[in-house]
Design a protein around this ligand. Structure first.
Ligand SMILES: [Zn+2]
Ligand SMILES: [Zn+2]
Length: 317
C-alpha cells in the first residue's frame, strides 16, 4: 500500500468516527465494566477483581489496541474423544447435558515451559470434565430488566465448551491479554475449558457464506448466541446491538423461522454477552445445577505471581 492509500485510510477512519479504525487492531475493552446495562460494556455481577491472568503483556497489545492476527496461541493438538454434548427439548425446557470437554482438539494445558505462550501466560490449569445439566427455557422471553453476568460460565457453545464473559480475573479484556489455544479456549482453576469470544472452531457455515450467522450456542437465560454476521451479510458490532449484546429479528429457531431476541458473538468488545436479557436461574452461576467441579471464578490458583508482576491475592469475588 502506498503512502497516499495509507493516508486516505486514516482519513476514512477518522471521518467514520471512533468506531472505525484504520488498521486491523481491535480497541482494548479495559475499564468497560458497568454497574448497569450499557452498550459496549460488561454489566458484571462481581465488584472486585483480584484473580489471575496473563503475567506479561504481549507485543500484540499496544496503544489501546490489540492485534488478533499477531497474537500467539497455546500450542498442542490434544483430542478429547470422550467429549459428550446433547440438547433435547423436554416440555417447556431445553435440556443441555455436557461434560464440557470440547468436540475439537485443544492446546496442551498446563502451558508447557517450552511453549512461547509461557513467557506471557503460564496457565497452570488442567482441562477437566465438568458435569453440566442445564434446564433452560426452550422459548425464553425478555425479562423486565436485564441482569448482570457473573464471572464463570454465562453460556455454552455447541462444541460443548463453556462461554465466559469478556473479562479475565483482573477485570481486563481477556481475549487481548490471555493466551488461548488455536480454538480460543483455555481452562480456569477448576479445569473448566472455556471461550471468552468467538471460537474459530465453531461451525458457522452460514456466516462464512454471507448469510446471517448460525446458532453457535445458548446463554444461561435460554436465548441463542449466533455468530458475528448479520442479515445484511456484514459483521455486526455494538452499533447494531443492545446493552446485552443482542437484538430481535427473525432467525432459525428449533427448525422454524421465529422473530426472537438473540445474542451475537462479535469481533468488537465485549465479544459475547454484556448482560442477560432474559431471566436466569442464578443457581447455575456458581457451578450449581449439576455443574460440579470447583469454584467457577478466577483463572489461576492463588500463589506467587510467576515472573512479571501479577499480584497474588484472593480470587475475584
Ligand atoms: Zn478465561
Ligand atoms: Zn441477528
Amino acid at each position: 500500500m502506498n503512502r497516499l492509500a495509507i493516508g486516505l485510510g486514516l482519513v476514512a477512519g477518522l471521518w467514520a468516527g471512533s468506531a472505525a479504525i484504520a488498521h486491523d487492531g481491535l480497541p482494548i475493552g479495559d475499564g468497560k465494566i458497568a454497574r448497569e446495562p450499557r452498550v459496549g460494556h460488561v454489566f458484571v455481577c462481581e465488584t472486585r477483581f483480584g484473580g489471575g491472568g496473563a503475567q506479561r503483556v504481549g507485543p500484540w497489545v499496544r496503544e489501546g489496541f490489540w492485534f488478533a492476527g499477531e497474537k500467539i496461541a497455546v500450542r498442542g493438538n490434544v483430542p478429547w474423544p470422550n467429549a459428550r454434548f446433547s440438547i433435547a427439548v423436554e416440555g417447556r425446557d431445553r435440556v443441555i447435558r455436557a461434560n464440557n470437554l470440547p468436540n475439537h482438539a485443544s492446546g496442551q494445558f498446563p502451558v508447557r515451559a517450552d511453549d512461547p505462550a509461557y513467557a506471557y501466560d503460564r496457565n497452570p490449569n488442567t482441562i477437566r470434565e465438568q458435569g453440566i445439566v442445564w434446564r433452560l427455557p426452550a422459548q425464553p422471553v425478555p425479562a423486565a430488566h436485564p441482569t448482570c453476568v457473573p464471572m464463570g460460565q454465562i453460556g455454552i457453545a455447541l462444541s460443548g465448551v463453556a462461554i465466559y464473559n469478556a473479562l479475565d480475573g483482573l477485570g481486563r479484556d481477556a481475549p487481548a491479554y490471555e493466551i488461548q489455544d488455536a480454538c480460543g479456549g483455555h481452562p480456569e482453576r477448576s479445569g473448566q475449558y472455556h471461550y471468552h469470544d468467538l471460537s474459530p472452531c465453531l461451525d458457522d457455515r452460514e456466516g462464512k457464506a454471507g448469510r446471517h450467522s448460525a446458532l453457535l450456542g445458548y446463554a444461561l437465560d435460554g436465548f441463542g448466541i449466533f455468530g458475528p454476521v448479520g442479515d445484511d451479510g456484514k459483521e455486526v458490532g455494538n452499533a447494531a446491538l443492545d446493552a446485552c449484546h443482542g437484538h430481535v429479528h427473525e432467525v432459525p429457531w428449533d427448525g422454524r423461522r421465529v422473530t426472537i431476541y438473540h445474542y451475537h458473538f462479535t469481533r468488537e468488545y465485549p465479544y459475547t454477552l454484556g448482560c442477560f436479557r432474559g431471566a436466569v436461574d442464578r443457581t447455575l452461576f456458581a457451578g450449581g445445577g449439576g455443574a460440579g467441579g470447583g469454584p467457577p471464578n478466577g483463572q489461576r490458583p492463588p500463589g506467587p505471581p510467576p515472573g512479571g508482576g501479577r499480584p497474588a491475592g484472593p480470587p475475584p469475588r
